[in-house]
Design a protein. Sequence first.
Length: 258
Amino acid sequence: MVATNKLVTALEQLGLSTYEARAYAALVRIGAANGYQLSRASGVPRSRIYETIEKLVARGFVLARKEQPQLYRAAPCEEVLHRSAAEMERTHKTIRACCADIRDTTVEEGVWNLTGRHAILSRAQAMIQAATREIELTVVAPDLRELEPALIAAARRKVRIRAVVCGGYQPKFRETLPHRFGTSRPGDLSLIVDGVEALAGVTEPDENASAAWSRADGFVHITREYILHEIFIARAFEVLGPAAAALDEVYRGVFEGI
């Protein structure tokens, strides 16, 4: 029963209605059945079972054998999955093409809010994947681990990357500087792509993760100033070496409002 319930849930995620998913799962379990038998096995009302079967047959999930009474059986699972994957790929291509056409004629204005770490990192990844010239960012180590594949791919496209990393993690691309006080601000993420698109927010803890994304000139400018400030401080500590130790207390005092 547990496996059947999981199958029904997965089929619903694939786009089947609850009745359709229950009918297909029942046929997988019991084999060939007529409409009456399938209604009893699946829990789909008799008033809806034939309508449900017709939809499943039309989509290739169920095979019908014409006799009296008419019998039905589930199409092989691998066949169903292959067909569904092909349909999904065609749908994805259509969505990508339509979104690209719409984006070409739409001006994205204002500042948009994102909630949750997954949503924030997904937007950051999409920005990085679209970069053509330059990426500038401040990022904590856990987030960098998730964004690193996209950043490496961008570096291979000859996109310049300048990053300040908070935490003990060395990525596999150049122009990366360690943040002097990386443990004091967990979850900070600021990202600029090609000087025209900005993302800024906090990814930890997940229940409070929030960020803003925009192409507005003012938002991009302020976010870039912040990132450049962090790059400057990181480089200053590199140049000053041991002499920079005296700045630790000053920096922390300013940051903590002392």
